[in-house]
Structures are given as C-alpha cells and as structure tokens.
Design a protein around this ligand. Structure first.
Ligand code: FAD
Length: 480
C-alpha cells in the first residue's frame, strides 16, 4: 500500500500522527508539500515557509529520504501527484482558515472522484473539534469557560510518547526515481522570495526549523517561564517564548509542548506554568473559532459590527503602516514589525486599537498588513486578535478596550528604551518626554528634534478620537 502524507503547516518529523499512521499501515510513504503561489498567506510568511521547507528537506535527506514538492495550481498539482505517486490513501492534518480550507475541499473532491481514501487527522488541535463544548453542546465563545473546560480535560489528552516517529524507519530509505527533478527542489517563487534583501534581513533575527523550535522551547522553559507572568507585557524584555512562527508552521507541535511543559513543571513544583499554558490555549481557542465560524476570518463575529462606519483614510493607514503616526510606542511597534517580522503582543494590541478605534480604519486593513508582514501570520490568531481589539469578535468589550497608547507606553516602556530602540530619532529625549514628544516642545528644541521634520506630529488628537469612537459605538449599540 502507498500512502501520500500531505503536509500543509506541519513541517516537522516528530509528533506527527498522520506520518506515523502512514508508516504503520503502508509499504511506501510519500511526504508531499504543495506550493500554490496563488494561495500563500503573505510575503514574510512565505520567507519562513521557504526556509522551513529547506530545513525539513535537509533533515529528511540526512536520513536518506526526500520531501516531494509540487508547485503550481493546487488542483492540478494534487491531481498530478495522485497520478505520479499512485497512492491508495492520502493522510493530512486538518488546518483552519484560508487557503487551507479551500485546498482541503478540493482534495476531498479529487480523492472522491479517483476513489482514493482521504483521511483527516486532528492533531493540530489539542482536542478534536466538538470534544470541548458547553452543556448545551455548543462551542464556547467566551475564553475563560473554554479554558477551564480544557484544563479539566487535559488529563485525558493522549500522551505523545506513543506518537513520536522513530528515527530509523524503512520508509525513509524510499526513493522516487520515476519523478522529475523539480519535485525535489524548492519552488521557484519561494527561491526568489528568500533571496530578496528584505527577506535576508528578516532571517537575521530567526532560525526556522524543527531543531531550532525545540531549542527555543528549552531556552524559554528553563530561562523565562518562571518570570513569564510578570514580564510578558514589557516589549523590551525578551520574556515571551517567540514560538509563534514555529507553532504556525507546525515545526513544533502545541501538544508536544504541553507534555514538555508538564514534565518540566513536575520537576520544578514551585513553577507556575498556568499563565503560559493559558496563552497557548488562546491559540487553540482561535483555531476552534475559525473551525466553527469560518466566516469570522473576514466578517465580524458580532453581526452588529457589520454596520460600523469606517473612515478608511489612506493617509492614516499609510502613516500607521510605515511607523510614522507621531505616537512613539505605535511607531516603535510598526517598525519592529517591518524590521524583524515580529511584534510583541502588548504592542500588537496597541497598534490595532489605534488603527481601528482612534483612526477608525476597518480592522480588515490591519489584518491584511499583519498577514503580509508577520512571519507568524496565522489565519486564526490574526483574525481573532484583530476582532478582539476592534471589539467585534468573541469575548470582546468595545468600550473598555480602547487603549490609551500614552498611558500604556508609560506603563510598559517606562524608561522609553523600547521606543529608543526602534525610533532612534527620539533616543535623546527624557523618559518622560519620549512617550509624547509633542507635549514637550521645549525639550525637543533643546535636543535638536524638529517636530514635523525629524519626527511627525501625531496623526490624530487622541482625546478627540477617543470621544468620537465612543460616540460611534454608542450609536451602533442603539442601532443608529
Ligand atoms: P507567547 O506569549 O510565548 O505565547 C505562546 C504561544 O501562544 C504563542 O506563540 C501563540 O501561538 C499563542 N498565543 C499567545 N497569545 C495569543 C493570542 N492572543 N491569541 C492566539 N494565540 C496566542 N499570533 C500569531 O501567532 N499569528 C498572528 O497572525 C497573530 N496576529 C495577532 C494580531 C493581533 C491584532 C493581536 C493582538 C495578536 C495577534 N497574535 C498573533 C497573538 C500574539 O500576539 C502572538 O501569538 C504572540 O505575540 C507571539 O509571541 P510569542 O510566541 O512570544 O508568545
């Protein structure tokens, strides 16, 4: 029997039930990635993808095996793979959001037509969708009860040691001499993107791949986890795991992380692992939301927000994108994103709040920018993050979640060093003035900073925009 294991974002060799079951059931196993240049997530994401595929290819070759790569229109390439590999069955791990859902549907149709069995695995979820539901049998749409329900169920989670792929399997020695050479090469569009100077720049900050993911996890668990709850909101500190891109690409399994975490917590009983576990479960919650409500990738979860009147001012959007809003903490975040392909969670919330609430730009524009510039761009986490901040998603409170960027900046970057790092033109300002230079014109003059020339005035009057936002939300509530 031949099994085609179709990889989408599970770019790893361990903790992969689809692969393990395929090995157990088949004589021949083909590991395949389909790259459709029309169905990618974003530019930065594609850079990580290119490197992740290269890493996976390298570790497979090291063991004497191959990753097969098909590039082009998904439907055509999938049909071609069925023809060339002649599998009796296709195994894959279910992913949520686009372009995955569309490709999964196409695969289903094609396998049906050709009478090839298609088997989904739900290993990218902690529990199969539908397993964690409320008393009425409905999905949770509020995080805290969801979190509690999952925590209650965690002891039932199947231990992962039964699922680890051993390293010396016969299938690894399998070759595909009948396939054309291009099946073994990184697709051209990915080769091109990874050679661009900006892509090279992003990768100075990161090392994609399964091995690096495990090293990063170990480093985080042993060095930062104990202070996570205290330090996680301070953007200058390297206090969070920075595993988001590894998790998005499935270079490490979230379930495997859980078992690693509890093993470490057992050895270190003084450690409180809950705050980080809670964050990991936000990811699970976001995935389930998109599973149950797939249209929330593009539409507000709360229907009444469909009537929200957005201003969508192109100048405001462009100032925001380029880190030129004149509000230092916002500009620092947007420039960190541009430079490194990553932004700290606290700052993601602040920039999203400013865009949607103070600048009144539709959250979809922010979501699209993040999708294109974040290395960890993820359909579920991105849609949930934007809707949560915009106030139209699950578990969101529109009134209270209008962040005051100046107070937040003073609180979470008290000395202004995060701002100094990413907005160097302000670095000589005092830790008081740096959060709002326009309020300290004399100090700016003294330090030779010409506002409006060296650094912009704020694109928006924050007091006015706050009041206007609250009026809009009030009107919406009253159905006006
Ligand atoms: P840690 O704090 O170490 O958390 C561990 C893991 O838990 C993360 O890697 C991530 O997988 C998950 N996680 C943490 N916070 C959240 C959250 N709020 N929602 C869902 N999962 C979470 N995360 C993405 O992975 N991709 C995105 O495209 C994305 N877009 C976002 C957009 C907005 C507007 C906001 C407010 C948040 C977004 N997030 C997104 C969530 C969060 O900002 C990142 O996951 C986090 O900053 C990644 O850093 P870390 O790995 O060090 O996180």
């Amino acid at each position: 029997k031949t099994t085609l294991v179709w990889l989408q974002r599970e770019l790893r060799l361990s903790h992969l039930p689809a692969l393990q079951d395929a090995i157990a059931q088949s004589d021949k196993v083909a590991l395949v990635y389909f790259h459709d240049p029309q169905r990618t997530l974003g530019q930065a994401n594609s850079v990580w993808l290119a490197h992740s595929l290269l890493r996976l290819q390298a570790s497979l070759r090291h063991k004497g095996a191959e990753l097969l790569l098909y590039s082009g229109d998904f439907a055509q390439q999938f049909a071609l793979a069925l023809q060339e590999i002649e599998p009796q069955q296709v195994f894959y791990s279910v992913q949520v959001g686009q372009p995955f859902t569309e490709m999964q549907n196409l695969a289903l149709q094609m396998c049906k037509k050709r009478q090839v069995a298609l088997q989904p695995f739900y290993s990218e979820f902690w529990f199969t969708p539908g397993e964690v539901v409320n008393k009425q049998g409905n999905p949770y749409v509020v995080f805290t009860p969801f979190y509690k329900a999952v925590v209650d169920k965690l002891p039932a989670l199947q231990p992962l040691d039964e699922r680890v792929v051993t390293r010396d399997e016969d299938w690894l020695k399998l070759h595909w001499p009948q396939l054309p050479a291009e099946r073994f090469e990184l697709p051209l569009s990915l080769r091109e993107i990874q050679n661009r100077p900006w892509a090279q720049k992003l990768l100075q900050y990161w090392q994609p791949g399964e091995d690096a993911a495990w090293q990063q996890l170990q480093r985080f668990i042993t060095q930062n986890l104990s202070d996570y709850d205290h330090d996680r909101d301070f953007p200058l500190l390297d206090a969070t795991s920075r595993l988001s891109a590894y998790l998005h690409f499935g270079e490490i399994s979230a379930q495997a992380i859980y078992f690693e975490l509890i093993a470490y917590a057992e050895e270190n009983p003084q450690l409180n692992a809950q705050p980080w576990l809670r964050q990991l479960l936000w990811r699970e919650f976001a995935r389930l939301m998109l599973w149950f409500f797939p249209n929330t990738e593009t539409e507000p979860f709360q229907q009444k927000f469909a009537d929200m009147r957005w201003q969508d001012n192109a100048e405001s959007l462009s100032a925001w994108q380029s880190g030129q809003t004149g509000i230092p903490i916002i500009d620092a975040g947007m420039r960190e994103l541009w430079e490194t392909g990553y932004m700290h969670n606290r700052v993601r919330m602040l920039v999203a709040s400013l865009l949607t609430k103070d600048l009144n730009v539709n959250w979809r524009h922010g979501q699209a920018w993040f999708a294109n510039t974040l290395l960890d761009a993820d359909p579920a986490n991105n849609a949930m993050g934007w809707q949560w901040v915009a106030g139209c998603g699950v578990d969101a409170a529109p009134y209270y979640r209008l962040f005051n960027p100046l107070r937040q900046s003073e609180k979470f970057d008290a000395q202004g060093d995060y701002i100094r790092k990413w907005v160097p033109e302000l670095r000589t300002l005092s830790s008081k003035a740096i959060h709002a230079p326009w309020l300290y014109p004399q100090e700016c003059v003294l330090k030779g900073i010409n506002l409006g020339k060296h650094y912009p005035y704020p694109v928006v009057d924050l007091k006015r925009s706050r009041a206007q936002h609250l009026l809009r939300v009030d009107k919406l509530k009253r159905g006006g």
